[in-house]
Each structure stands twice: as structure tokens, then as C-alpha cells.
Design a protein around this ligand. Structure first.
Ligand code: NAD
Ligand code: MG
Length: 393
């Protein structure tokens, strides 16, 4: 029986994970569920999945969670605050942690799971971007197995059969990108797009932050950095290919010219079932793609000039040190401002570029250095967002 701590249970990945888990009560049980602020939703999930522990990220909501669990007649213990989240990730009652919190807020719990030697089903890509070197070192030191829960990296993981990438055999990793809702649009056409339009992804149903990241191609940029750390691949050997149907989730090019790919419908339950059952396979609730009905799969290069975030991510990865942490924090601030209608879509890359220019890059010596860079970048990006919002007004 796999005992699972699901951090970020109320999100899009959280819902997909619980769907797969509930299909296999003989194999999977939930030991911990967490949410950021929505107590009622968390209590409802506890009623259904009966974890030992529930954690609400906002410390001030402890009493509401405790009382809600008691009113529901549940024995689930209530906890609150960021420290409790990190403790829940290391809890001895679980052997598996699904890291499905969005943003750099997931770093402490992701690292705690890595240090505790859990099977780490890693959806929280921002923590890899922020602290990839540190995270991979903790995983090696504690024999922690990471199974990527990002469809692209999970595809590569499957193509490599769960083994480390052998740089003598693997020539390139090729990450596919849907291109998002604004594929083939010009800069002029992007100037006035709204948050609602950006969140209307053609293939995937996801949280709002990653939906905007998909629209700007920053999601693919973050994934390039993620692939670099997860598979030890140099940036120059990670390519991005636009594939609008989102059926091929990524490809691994071998030294002899052979290319392996993984295919599936764009539904994260397939990815989560793979991670939960690996190396076995279990039903996910998702059928295999009907290639005959699809007829054609198409490919095109990304438009790097229009979607500037992709090259900003490559530049941050090549700059190294705290630059990816700066990129990630600036992106979180800019996307949040866009979602709130304060800045335009094209202001997102502008704010990130200006933040990267203004912030010093330091070595990524330890978590303190990375968190300091994250905080400085958030302050700087806030300044840039206010400047851009003023220019639009
Ligand atoms: P979401 O916004 O739907 O859910 C986020 C979850 O994190 C929620 O449960 C929320 O309560 C929790 N959370 C948010 N802020 C928090 C904080 N400060 N402290 C504690 N908890 C907090 O997001 P999502 O789409 O499920 O994405 C989650 C992660 O998975 C992201 O890193 C995303 O990039 C990654 N991911 C998502 C998908 C997808 O299909 N949705 C695919 C690949 C990767
Ligand atoms: Mg992805």
C-alpha cells in the first residue's frame, strides 16, 4: 500500500491525483492533504479521502480547520502554517509525496520530502527552477526518487525507462509545447489580450498561473530549466518544439539518430498514474489517444521573438547561480499583476527582463542565498510592474 501526502490537494493537479488514487483503494491511501486557504474545500476532501492529517497553509486558519474537521466528525488532525506543511512532507506515515503546490511557496515542503527520502512526485516545477542544484543534491544524499509530474519530463522519464540520462547515449531532450492559446499570434495581436483569454488553454485544464505561463511560453522556459536539473542535461542539448495537438509529450534523441517519444492524451491523470504506480502500470481513467481519429500530428519551431519568455529562461539558465530564482520570482509577480489586470500580456516579459537586468547574480550557495534572491527579485519586479502599470494608465 502506497501512503500518500498530497500537498496542494485543492488544485488542478490535486484533483487529478485524487481521481487516480480513488480508483485504486487496494494500492493507494491518502495520509496527508493540504490546501492554501480554502478550509471548506479541504474539509470536504478529508471527508471523502480520510487522511490522518490535514494542513492549511495560512496559519490564521488553524481554528477554522480544526473546527470544520470536528464538525464533520472526522479524526483527521488539523495543522496550519508553512512549517506544518514542511513537517507533513516528511511525516513518517507517508512514503510518497505529491508536490502540487504552485510557485516558490512549494520549496520548503519539496526539500523536506527530498530530505526524508520519500518517493517524490514532483509537479511543483518552480521549486526546481528556484533551487534545482540543491534539490538534486538532497535527493542524491537521501536516495530520494523523483518522478516528474510535468507531462514533458514524465515523458522523458518514461523514454529513459526511469534511468538517469547517459550523456554519451542521449544527444538531446526535445520538450514539446502546445504553443498555448495565442499560437501564431503577432506581437500587435497580443498587446490587448485579457487574463480570461490567456487562461483558456486549447488542450489542458490547469491552474491560472501555469495557464498564463503556457500562454507566454514561460512554462516551457521553466521546463527547460527543470529538464536541465532533473536529467543533468546541458541547456544547449535541450530543444523546444511546438506541437499544437499535445499528444507527443516529449522526445529523447539518441546518439545514433533514433528518437523515442511518449504519447498520451493531454490529461495529467496519465502522468500521475505513471508516477504513483511506477514501475508498474495501473488504470488512470484516461484512454490512449485515438491516432486514427486525430489523423495528423504537426510540429513547428517556437516563435522566440514574439514569445520572449522562452529565451529569458534560457539566458537565466546559462547565467546560472541565482538567475533562475530571479527569473521565477519576477515571473510570479508579473503573472499575478497580469491576472489582476494591472499590466498587459507583453508587460510580463518586459517586467522579467528588467528585473533580471537590475538584480545581481550570486552563486546559488545555499537555500538562504536563493531565498534572498527570490525576495530581492520580488521587490524589484514589484517596482517594474508599477512602472509598466503607470505607463499603461
Ligand atoms: P492550482 O493553482 O490549481 O493549485 C495550486 C495548489 O497549491 C492549491 O491546492 C493551493 O491551495 C495550493 N497553494 C497555492 N499557494 C500556496 C501557498 N502559498 N502555500 C501552500 N499551498 C499553496 O495549480 P496547478 O495547476 O494544480 O499546479 C500546481 C503545480 O503543478 C504548479 O507548480 C504547476 O506548474 C505544476 N503543473 C501543473 C500542471 C497542470 O496540468 N495543472 C501540469 C504540470 C505541472
Ligand atoms: Mg508541462
Amino acid at each position: 500500500m502506497r501512503r500518500i501526502a498530497l500537498l496542494g490537494a485543492t488544485g488542478s493537479i490535486g484533483a487529478s491525483a485524487l481521481d487516480v488514487i480513488a480508483r485504486h483503494p487496494d494500492r493507494f491511501a491518502v495520509s496527508v492533504l493540504s490546501a492554501h486557504a480554502r478550509v471548506d474545500e479541504l474539509v470536504a476532501l478529508c471527508r471523502r479521502h480520510r487522511p490522518q492529517h490535514a494542513v492549511i497553509g495560512q496559519a490564521g486558519k488553524y481554528a477554522a480547520l480544526r473546527d470544520g474537521l470536528a464538525a464533520a466528525g472526522l479524526p483527521t488532525q488539523a495543522h496550519a502554517g508553512p512549517q506544518a506543511l514542511a513537517e507533513a512532507a516528511a511525516d513518517a506515515e507517508s512514503d510518497t509525496v505529491i508536490a502540487a503546490i504552485v510557485g516558490a511557496a512549494g520549496i520548503a515542503s519539496t526539500l523536506a520530502a527530498a530530505r526524508a527520502g520519500k518517493r517524490l512526485l514532483l509537479a511543483n516545477k518552480e521549486s526546481v527552477v528556484l533551487a534545482g542544484d540543491l534539490l538534486m543534491r538532497e535527493c542524491r544524499a537521501n536516495s530520494t526518487q523523483i518522478i516528474p509530474i510535468d507531462s514533458e519530463h514524465n515523458a522523458i522519464f518514461q523514454c529513459l525507462n526511469g534511468q538517469p540520462a547517459d550523456l554519451a547515449k542521449v544527444a538531446k531532450l526535445i520538450l514539446t509545447a502546445s504553443g498555448g492559446p495565442f499560437l501564431n499570434r503577432s506581437r500587435a495581436e497580443l498587446a490587448g489580450v485579457t487574463a480570461e483569454q490567456a487562461c483558456r488553454h486549447p488542450n489542458w485544464s490547469m491552474g491560472r498561473k501555469i495557464s498564463v505561463d503556457s500562454a507566454t511560453l514561460m512554462n516551457k522556459g521553466l521546463e527547460v530549466i527543470e529538464a536541465h536539473w532533473l536529467f543533468g542535461m546541458p541547456a544547449a542539448r535541450i530543444d523546444v518544439l511546438v506541437h499544437p495537438q499535445s499528444i507527443i509529450h516529449s522526445l529523447v534523441e539518441q546518439a545514433d539518430g533514433s528518437v523515442l517519444a511518449q504519447l498520451g492524451r493531454p490529461d495529467m491523470r496519465t502522468t500521475l498514474a505513471c508516477g504513483l504506480a511506477w514501475p508498474e502500470r495501473v488504470a488512470s481513467g484516461v484512454a490512449a489517444p485515438d491516432l486514427g481519429a486525430l489523423g495528423a500530428l504537426t510540429f513547428q519551431p517556437p516563435d522566440r521573438a514574439t514569445f520572449a519568455c522562452l529565451d529569458l529562461a534560457y539566458a537565466a539558465l546559462n547565467a546560472g547561480g541565482t538567475a533562475p530564482a530571479t527569473l521565477n520570482a519576477a515571473n510570479e509577480v508579473a503573472v499575478d499583476a497580469f491576472l489582476h489586470g494591472h499590466i498587459g500580456f507583453l508587460d510580463i516579459p518586459a517586467a522579467i527582463a528588467a528585473t533580471l537586468d537590475a538584480c545581481d547574480i550570486a552563486p546559488a550557495a545555499d537555500l538562504d542565498a536563493l531565498l534572498a534572491a527570490d525576495a530581492a527579485a520580488r521587490r524589484q519586479a514589484g517596482t517594474q510592474v508599477r512602472r509598466l502599470a503607470g505607463a499603461n494608465a
